[in-house]
Design a protein around this ligand. Structure first.
Ligand SMILES: Nc1nc2c(ncn2[C@@H]2O[C@H](COP(=O)(O)OP(=O)(O)OP(=O)(O)O)[C@@H](O)[C@H]2O)c(=O)[nH]1
Ligand SMILES: [Mg+2]
Ligand SMILES: [Zn+2]
Length: 304
């Protein structure tokens, strides 16, 4: 019996990379999993048996305990979300950015932010343009909360060493709208990887979803990374609105100072969060997005 990592799932086969670094083994899952209602996922660490007939096939026998489990994309043991937005084309949607961050926080992931297409921050003369100042301000907002922020470009040899270190020895997923440059970035992070990229439709101003199935790729010496389908809208899981505060670390910290326990930071008196926003201690756009999500979650609950 050997241990390994499921790096791809396709047509009933689980492709397992053995711990000792040997060739990938195409495994079927034991019927037993279905009976127990368990289903192996990409990212699962497993025990498996390889056939000794040289076929390169085998059987997954046991799933080792998971640390995290994502539903969309379906991947186990992810610990980092690399959240990618382009500085422009498409323009940054702050609400979507905060939604990706909040959903990643709720899933128990570490978040790393990456702004791509940095080449668009320079005018024809090579000097920083107006957009560059906006991106600097945005970077400051998120760094202050504690998120690592990187600004990269596929069109230059901007340093990606820092980003690679963030993903070393971990399983990471990449999240971001279609066309922001996720695959282009990953191709740079992992030379030898050739993910399909797509020219943006100039007319629509957005990309088509080029990337579909879930697969983990080696990144750096000891990291694994999934190039997931780009999504454009996301739902919050079934949850209480008051638990949303945990997904906004800077508000979670302030909320100890709120007068009421379970404060939603909307219209409650004695709210430390709304006070911090009013006094310029916390970013107003982050707060607006938080409030919109909190109302969405609360009202959804009321409807059922
Ligand atoms: N100017 C500029 N364009 C870029 C950069 N990175 C990617 N692009 C372009 O953006 C478009 C989309 O890039 P992809 O890497 O396919 O985007 P994606 O996020 O993987 O898209 P999906 O797979 O559809 O989710 C392509 O036309 C790329 O050439 C960059 O750093 N600068
Ligand atoms: Mg892609
Ligand atoms: Zn409050």
């Amino acid at each position: 019996m050997q241990e390994g990592l499921i790096v791809k799932a396709l047509s009933g086969f689980y492709y397992v990379r053995p711990e000792d670094g040997g060739d990938v083994v195409a495994c079927r899952a034991r019927g037993l999993f279905k009976k127990r209602g368990e289903s192996p996922l990409v990212g699962d660490r497993v025990r498996f048996e390889a056939k000794d007939d040289g076929s390169g096939e085998g059987t997954v026998v046991e799933l080792l305990p998971r640390t995290t489990e994502l539903v969309r994309p379906p991947i186990a043991n992810v610990d980092t979300a690399l959240i990618v937005f382009a500085v422009a084309r498409p323009d940054i949607n702050r609400q979507l950015l905060d939604k990706f961050l909040a959903l990643s926080e709720l899933a128990g992931l570490r978040c790393v932010l990456c702004f791509t297409k940095a080449d668009l921050l320079k005018g024809p003369d090579g000097a920083p343009n107006a957009l560059a100042a906006e991106i600097d301000a945005l970077r400051a907002v998120y760094e202050r909360i504690g998120y690592p922020v990187y600004v990269t470009s596929a069109k230059s040899d901007a340093d990606v060493g820092g980003l690679l270190r963030e993903m070393d020895g971990r399983i990471s997923v990449v999240a971001g709208q279609s066309g922001v440059g996720k695959s282009s970035l990953l191709n740079r992070l992992a030379p030898g990887l050739t993910l399909e990229t797509n020219e943006i439709s100039e007319k629509l101003g957005r990309g088509k979803h080029t990337t579909r199935h879930v697969e983990l790729f080696r990144i750096g010496e000891r990291g694994w990374l999934a190039d997931t389908p780009g999504f454009s809208s996301l739902e919050f899981p079934e949850m209480e609105a008051e638990d949303l505060t945990e997904a906004f670390p800077e508000f979670a910290e302030l909320s100890n100072g709120c007068k009421f326990r379970g404060c939603l930071h909307l219209t409650e008196p004695g709210c430390r969060v709304t006070q911090a926003v009013a006094e310029g201690e916390a970013d107003p756009a982050r707060y607006e997005n938080y409030a919109a999500f909190a109302v969405e979650i609360r009202d959804r609950k009321r409807r059922y």
